[in-house]
Write a protein that binds this ligand. Sequence first.
Ligand SMILES: Cc1cc2nc3c(=O)[nH]c(=O)nc-3n(C[C@H](O)[C@H](O)[C@H](O)COP(=O)(O)O)c2cc1C
Length: 369
Amino acid sequence: MSRSQNILFTPLRVGAAEIANRFVRSATHEFMAEDDGRPTARQAEVFRRLAEGEVGLIVTGHAYVHPLGKASLRQTGIYDDRFIAPLSRLASAVRGTRSKIFIQIAHAGRQSKKRLCGGTPAAPSAVYDPSSKVQPREMTAEDVQETIGDFVRAARRAQAAGFDGVQIHAAHGYLLSSFISPHTNRRTDSWGGSVEDRARILVEIVGGIKQACGRDFPLMIKKNSTDFLPTGLALEDAVATARILQAEGLDAVEVSGGMAESGRGSVWTGLRVEEDEGYFVENAARFKAKLDIPVSGLGGNRTLAVMERFVRQGRADMISLSRPLIRDPFLVRKFRLGEAVKSACLSCNKCFNPRGISCGDLKRPNPRS
Ligand SMILES: Cc1cc2nc3c(=O)[nH]c(=O)nc-3n(C[C@H](O)[C@H](O)[C@H](O)COP(=O)(O)O)c2cc1C
């Protein structure tokens, strides 16, 4: 089959945004922002290169919507209007190209630490996290309303900064994912209990963003499909939540999984054979079967033919990549030109460089990152 017939190189709409091909750069914390969260020229350069590499949809690393929701050092902030100007330099790094750029907005919840967020981490319920030894405090109903406002204001800032859309981070055990999970959400008020009540905070955020930014402003979610905890999120509940959000105007879903406490995260190592690839794609297929909006399949996607099969077989509409694009930001273009058929990424996770993402397997440091 010629490259031009490959479904991965056909366009797709995410709400009002036309995405030139099916490749998504899954949100990847760059570890490159200033201490107060101001993004830097190094990040703009990362996005410029991904656009040059023809990634259809670039999702930035997670940006925290409130100082209490900071997850990591050198993380981008979006919690104040003063970030609009520096954020606009990230958005303009891809302007004039065929790539679109969404910013991922996030709150770390109980997966933050006092030294990062300056207070006691907040969570739906005061459920101790044995992995980090954090004892969070239960959010009041007022805190929940404030947090909804934080996400909506963050989306407005993203729009003002010129991003093409926003991705809400509701995966990996962070705050919004912990609201959906019955393990971490044990509330007995209207924000906990049934799947509808656990999803309520997301319903309010999606509705609030659509109202503040307009129905046409594209809105995607990255969602856990499982927490890998017996008392955690069930796949059927995860799919049901996505259906509820679709009815609120959500435009696309990226399906992930894992959380710190379960000891099983979202960034798996030891992927050796093609059967290991697309480790959340089967779950994505379960979402796709029940949704009308595009679904992106994620986790260890490495081989072009395998990715194409996932989309052709209707298990996903888009293919998300994180580590392969740290290894080589030009991978998608090389796929299109027939210069590569597989990512050289070893899934070794040496790219988690706290001074700025770079492929640890490539011995020479990336000169621009
Ligand atoms: C260095 C690094 C940073 C990441 N940062 C984020 C992030 O900010 N938000 C997020 O949702 N996922 C984040 N992830 C997870 C990836 O988006 C992706 O879900 C995961 O790595 C699996 O995809 P892959 O096998 O293509 O790398 C990160 C992964 C890596 C390797």
